[in-house]
Design a protein around this ligand. Structure first.
Ligand SMILES: Cc1ncc(COP(=O)(O)O)c(C=O)c1O
Length: 380
């Protein structure tokens, strides 16, 4: 059997990781400012994480949700403390798409309605509802097409208000990232998120905060939507939650009531996944990683703003983007192949930085210097 060829890949075989670094099978060392797409939150092979997972799998790795799994409750409590959402309820699943799928489904169950409002340049995942709510026609299969998802321009309060004025009573929920990741690091404004909250209150719809990429402390706040000072009804999370172990969840406001059988999954919330998630939260708390992410983000963005040629440096904490001029459209490749630094991208010509939350100033300086060198270089 061969692999189903859906990923454009770099020809690199990573065999080892430690902190902000990874090594390939030739022993070459790389600096990781991509975090495997915002997934590595506490660094590769963090000793506490390795120890927690190793101990758990040697005891019990998995049993289904048909029995009591106390580590789920421990995780819910810890997550409530670290995120500041102590009165919310946790449903555990396995991926970002699944988290969003469950969030939208729950909004529909709760309201008895069918319509979800999503926004231009959004990305919510690849399963049926999640991909339907994603603003990228290429990845939406005919079977995923549905009139139940409606797109409105991102950050446009007037158009959103207009849509609600006509259809508010049909809307189950509104889903938005606090900072669009795949869309190119676009920050939702305070006015926009506040308007979503107010409209959802007025019309009895649910506000779903997709925090899969921008959440879990990356922005300097646990949920980046918190910068607007209003609560969402459901927060979805994945990526950084397990530092590479597939674990995801939704945090659900107390006014939304559960019913047996309403949601479910085989693997979600298994012992091993919970141990991985616990280890991440313990390290985040112990090492003050949200504060660190915030400080390092400011440091890196200030550094980027000093580099001639880069435009529109933006982000919060360690979810950062900047525009690269067409003359340097190969910057991401140059950083990888010449400087051995992994970064992310968004089309067209946006570089995305999504490093582990404990990245150091020394590593940030290495990245900034490499970008400086490349920007001074005039391509032939
Ligand atoms: C904002 C956002 N939501 C959802 C997803 C989907 O997550 P997953 O790939 O774990 O299904 C992603 C993945 O990039 C994302 O960035």
């Amino acid at each position: 059997m061969k692999l189903f060829d859906v990923y454009p890949i770099n020809d690199i075989n990573i065999v080892k990781g430690e902190g902000a670094h990874v090594w390939d099978d030739n022993g070459k060392k790389y600096l990781d400012f991509y975090g495997g797409h915002a997934v590595i939150s506490i660094g590769h092979a963090h000793p506490h994480y390795v120890d927690r997972i190793t101990r758990q799998v040697s005891e019990i790795g998995f049993y289904s949700n048909s029995i009591r799994i106390p580590i789920q409750q421990q995780l819910a409590e810890k997550l409530g403390e670290v995120s500041g959402k102590k009165d919310y309820q946790l449903f555990l699943c396995n991926s970002g798409a699944e988290a969003n799928e469950n969030a939208m489904k729950l909004a529909s169950f709760h309201t008895g309605r069918k319509k979800i409002v999503a926004f231009s340049k959004s990305f919510h995942g690849r399963t049926s509802l999640a991909v339907a709510a994603t603003d990228n026609a290429i990845i939406v299969a005919p079977i995923n097409e549905t009139d139940n998802i409606v797109f409105v321009p991102f950050n446009d309060v007037a158009v959103l208000e207009q849509y609600f004025a006509h259809h508010g009573n049909e809307i189950a929920g509104v889903i938005t990232e606090g900072i669009q990741g795949v869309g190119g690091i676009n920050i939702a404004t305070v006015e926009f998120l506040t308007a979503i909250r107010n409209l959802c209150n007025t019309y009895g719809s649910l506000y779903i905060a997709d925090s899969v990429q921008c959440g879990y402390g990356r922005s300097g706040q646990f949920f980046s939507h918190a910068y607007a000072g209003v609560n969402a009804d459901i927060y979805t999370m994945a990526k950084g939650m397990g530092n590479g172990f597939p674990v995801a969840g939704i945090a659900i406001a107390p006014h939304i009531k559960p019913k047996h059988g309403m949601l479910g999954t085989t693997f979600g919330g298994n012992h091993l996944a919970c141990a991985a998630a616990m280890a991440v939260l313990e390290v985040m708390e112990q090492d003050g990683l949200m504060q660190h992410a915030s400080e390092m983000g400011t440091y890196i963005m200030e550094g980027l703003k000093q580099i001639a040629g880069l435009e529109n440096v933006r982000g919060r904490g360690l979810i950062i983007g900047f525009d690269v001029p067409e003359s340097h459209s190969h910057l991401k490749k140059e950083l990888l192949w010449k400087h051995r630094i992994f970064t992310g991208e968004a089309k067209p010509n946006v570089i995305r930085l999504l490093p582990a939350l404990n990245i150091t100033k020394t590593d940030a300086d290495i990245l900034l210097n490499a970008i400086k060198v490349e920007m001074l270089h005039v391509p032939a």
